[in-house]
Design a protein around this ligand. Structure first.
Ligand SMILES: [Fe+2]
Ligand SMILES: [Fe+2]
Length: 163
């Protein structure tokens, strides 16, 4: 059964949201690299790639359900932040915002009794639990770190990215 036009529209909006997230993390990655934090930069670059992958997953699902997947215009992302803590404060906040968007999608799928979409969306409900938890944990470590700790945390993330 073809996906409803309402869900199709909302999933396309989610594709835009995921691609915007990819650009947001890329912008943060560039900023961290410019500040000399190559580990935080590598972590954010990996996140950016993951967000692009989410956009693909939504698009593939739409196409499988005979919908049309679109690449829409993206708003410009912020280009500068302050401290490392501020950057990761924003990562965590953004992930919470994305979780709300996924929940809204799920609400619509439930209203429409579209069980296939509900099943598909649960992957992202679980993914967001993971994303919120990972970014919150990193934020906590950054807050506890102090200048020296921050240096070592960054180096640790360089090694993790190269492993
Ligand atoms: Fe995502
Ligand atoms: Fe994410």
């Amino acid at each position: 059964m073809r996906i409803s036009q309402k869900l199709e529209k909302k999933i396309n909006e989610q594709i835009t949201e995921e691609l915007w997230s990819a650009n947001l993390y890329l912008s943060m990655s560039f900023y961290m690299a410019s500040q000399g934090y190559s580990g935080f930069a590598a972590w954010l670059k990996a996140q950016s790639i993951e967000e692009t992958e989410h956009a693909h997953q939504f698009a593939e699902y739409l196409i499988t359900r005979n919908g049309v997947a679109l690449v829409d215009k993206l708003d410009v992302v912020p280009q500068g932040w302050g401290t490392v803590e501020e950057v990761f404060e924003n990562v965590y906040k953004h992930e919470c915002h994305v979780s709300e968007a996924i929940n809204e999608l799920m609400t619509l799928a439930i209203e429409e009794k579209d069980y296939a979409s509900q099943d598909f969306l649960y992957t992202f409900v679980r993914e967001q639990v993971e994303e919120e938890s990972t970014s919150e944990e990193l934020l906590t470590r950054i807050k506890q770190a102090g200048p020296h700790g921050l240096f070592y945390l960054d180096k640790h993330l360089v090694r993790a990215a190269n492993a």
